[in-house]
Ligand binder design. Sequence first.
Ligand code: TZP
Ligand code: MG
Length: 220
Amino acid sequence: MSVYTQDDVKSRLRLYFICGSTNVNRPLPTILREAISGGITMFQFREKGTNSLTGDKKLALACELQAICQEHHIPFIINDDVALAIKLNADGIHVGQGDESAASVREKIGRDKILGVSANTLADAKQAIKDGATYIGTGPMYETSSKDDADDVCGPERIKEFRQRGLTIPIVAIGGITADNTPPILAAGANGVSVISAIAGASSPAEAAARFKKAIVNKF
Ligand code: TZP
Ligand code: MG
């Protein structure tokens, strides 16, 4: 699929698995296959931090993960690395506020690709929309140990506020999300949850993803 409508993206955001090689202690391609069998709806390759792969090793892993996603019709998104996303013709890219500007990324990738932007304030969210974001990510909803420089916990109230202020863009929540604490996030108006450790660190990523699906399915 190369053109995504907002409705496609909203449903794809429901269970958005994010992972890099440093988040797992088994091979990431294996974990990804298991997470897909449990029902994830989108995948982001986020290779960053100490001991993360670079250069050819990063490229080789990205290619392998993309092939798995393609086999299962799961959109493959790359975090931050615009050159890699373009080289692989990935389905999309996700950038944070400290990365290359969303407007510049949109210009490079064209209008048909998914562009995710992290936005923790209403002003940043509005700017992201102007710049051509397809969806915004916001958090951390709850305490997380997966991001060293995470902002303060905002809770589902952030999502509620964005919706009350009139934002209709697809929104995915992030940070400390588990199957158990998912319902208030969806009730606040998020289209889905993005998750690293509750799936990547589970003894069974497939079962972990399936537990999320149970929490999500009744909400739509
Ligand atoms: N951005 C805000 S919190 C976070 C990112 C990338 C980490 C989310 O990981 P986890 O393990 O699902 O809390
Ligand atoms: Mg980033």
